[in-house]
Write a protein that binds this ligand. Structure first.
Ligand SMILES: Nc1ncnc2c1ncn2[C@@H]1O[C@H](COP(=O)(O)OP(=O)(O)OP(=O)(O)O)[C@@H](O)[C@H]1O
Ligand SMILES: [Mg+2]
Length: 162
């Protein structure tokens, strides 16, 4: 079961927005998808509650009798929204069961530095180092009238990571 986690230490980088879009895309492909919040803010759960019920379904976590969050039966694809500031043990725990980490990155210097720090930490984790959990970045809020797209283009000269 593919598990994609959307991660960035930087608050407001677009994690919840991106996670919601990926889950909605999966639902439109007729995949049995769950969108789970690891974030205390519960933005994704709040969005799911407001979503038009006539649209293709996206499941939330289920809470079992022991009060543990579980992936509902029949789900084939999982998208996880995570909180800003995720690092250390909490990040490693997500990487333990994610197949892919997607990092939404805005063009500002602070956003890029935060994403680079996140990638550097991810690279130290065995599942990432072995290629069992893949890491990707996606450019957010790129305004075509600015150099935002250019500064986010991958390359070691700019960011130190590809
Ligand atoms: N691609 C985008 N284009 C325009 N606005 C965006 C885009 N992505 C996110 N936003 C806006 O930026 C704000 C922050 O987005 P979002 O809540 O998804 O970030 P977040 O990383 O989940 O934040 P937090 O760290 O607080 O959980 C929201 O107002 C959202 O609508
Ligand atoms: Mg969020």
């Amino acid at each position: 079961m593919p598990v994609v986690a959307v991660v960035n230490r930087k608050g407001g980088s677009g994690k919840s927005t991106f996670a919601a879009h990926v889950a909605a895309w999966c639902a439109r492909q007729k995949l049995a998808v769950m969108l789970g919040d690891v974030d205390r803010q519960q933005s994704s759960r709040a969005w799911l509650r407001r979503r038009d019920p006539s649209l293709p379904g996206i499941a939330p976590w289920v809470v079992d009798q022991k009060n543990v969050l579980r992936v509902p039966t029949g789900i084939t694809h999982v998208v996880l929204d995570t909180p800003g500031g995720l690092h250390g043990f909490e990040l490693a725990r997500i990487v333990m069961f994610a197949d892919a980490i997607v990092i939404p990155v805005c063009p500002s210097l602070f956003d890029r530095e935060s994403a680079a720090a996140c990638v550097a930490e991810l690279k130290t984790l065995p599942r990432v180092a072995k290629g069992q959990c893949r890491v990707a970045a996606v450019a957010m809020r790129v305004d075509g009238r600015t150099s935002g797209g250019e500064v986010l283009r991958p390359g070691p000269a700019r960011t130190g990571w590809r």
